[in-house]
Design a protein around this ligand. Sequence first.
Ligand code: MLC
Ligand code: AMP
Length: 467
Amino acid sequence: MSSSMDDRPDLIRIGDRSASLPRLREWAAAVADDLHGMDRVAIETTPTMETVVGVVGALLAGTAVVPVPPDAGPREREHILRDSAARALLVPAGAVPGGGPAADGPGLPVVPVDLRRTSATGYPEPGPERTALILYTSGTTGAPKGALLSRGAIATCLDGLAEAWQWTPDDLLVHGLPLFHVHGLVLGVLGALRVGSRLHHVGRPQPERYAAAGGTLYFGVPTIWSRIGATPAAARALRSARLLVSGSAALPTAVFDGLAALTGHRMVERYGMTETLITVSARADGPRRPGAVGLALPGVRTRIVDEQGRDLPADGAAMGELLVTGPTLFDGYLNRPDADAASRSADGWFRTGDVATIGPDGWHRIVGRASTDLIKSGGYRIGAGEVEEALLAHPAVREAAVVGLPHPDLGQQVTAFVVADGVTGTELVDFVARQLSVHKRPRAVRLVDALPRNALGKVQKKRLVEG
Ligand code: MLC
Ligand code: AMP
């Protein structure tokens, strides 16, 4: 958190609440007082002041925070709470245990975040090696894995971004991103607090709300930018901003060009992952190139390799898997040394699974993903395997293959190809909805007689994607 005792009353505005830094600190200290040295605590991450206060309170106390998506289905929620071994669940005061999704943890004590309570307790700054966040993120198969992010990695990432984007206390950051991922929580909340800029979280990222907020710095995923581009009056209102930033998925060139015409801004695009935080970005004082994500951030090193792990030239033409290393990387997946080992190259660099080119000038282009089994829809990362398992749990389903089909608004659309008897697509979507969060539901279900398979019996997903 910024060390200056900034007392602007609207330093943070979210929902119908605003707070100054001293006020936030005394609310957060009251939460920290309740945690009594717990090592980990889960939090229901509704887009509210209580979430900001709960996260900051836990970080003050040196307790690692496990964000739980507010719409996570029971199966997903139970996995996150059990796997993380969170000692308690932070929920806004007044949320009814038993009446809301908070209730079905494995008998976890509930700690209310109550904005009527304040405390003046001082807490020493925990060391940079301590875990700050455990972010659950999908892999190609199985349940989501908890990525351990240290305070040091987060601080380094945020300082690098502040430098690259000339982000200062004079900025007003505006966004409406969910608070359980890197984009909305790390950049969108902790970033503003570290820089000391004002933050206005608009609840939901609707174009009209972005337009009305009068910010200097705006964050969004490409789906949000595409919707703003399709709402010219809202887009024109962003002319007075300083910097528009896109990330979490590829920004289509047409969206970049459309927004440049309407807003007068060439957008800054940046690239990152839950496991690496943000590693590559265009700069406020440099060029912005549609279709390219910029230069490695301070301390980050990148390279591309072929399928045998051999280095490829940074000539702007060779395409290979992007590997990254540096101080912003995570400390591994909780309870999953196997997955952790598989995610690293022989010399310890993180294998992103993204296919990229690197130019002689250091500019990166992300050209796709190595696997069809990780889907990006609306900026959310969705593992095909997790959705397939949810479908296969239905007694009428014999086979299921989930892919991301190109979609003009969402980038990719979660689409399920299913072999089943006597069940409709709508029934299957409802069935998945009872287990997983909203954005993991298939948006389309295609009932088919058989899935295309190769001679070894493996489903040929590329054929499903190519139609
Ligand atoms: C959504 N809906 C669905 C559905 N998904 N209904 C059926 N099946 C599904 N699969 C419902 C919603 O609940 C909503 O209903 C309505 O459909 C409209 O949904 P939508 O079109 O998806 O719009 P919206 O909900 O507004 O979502 C679009 C979006 C959202 C862009 C706002 O996808 C989003 O917030 N994305 C951000 C993801 C993110 O933060 N990623 C960062 C990962 S970190 P109703 O009734 O509620 O209106 C990362 C690192 C990095 O990647 O580099 O940043
Ligand atoms: P997540 O773990 O949810 O942060 O998702 C990380 C993934 O998002 C990366 O591996 C990329 O596939 C994708 N991604 C993030 N930013 C960009 C970007 N600017 N361009 C293309 N893909 C991106």
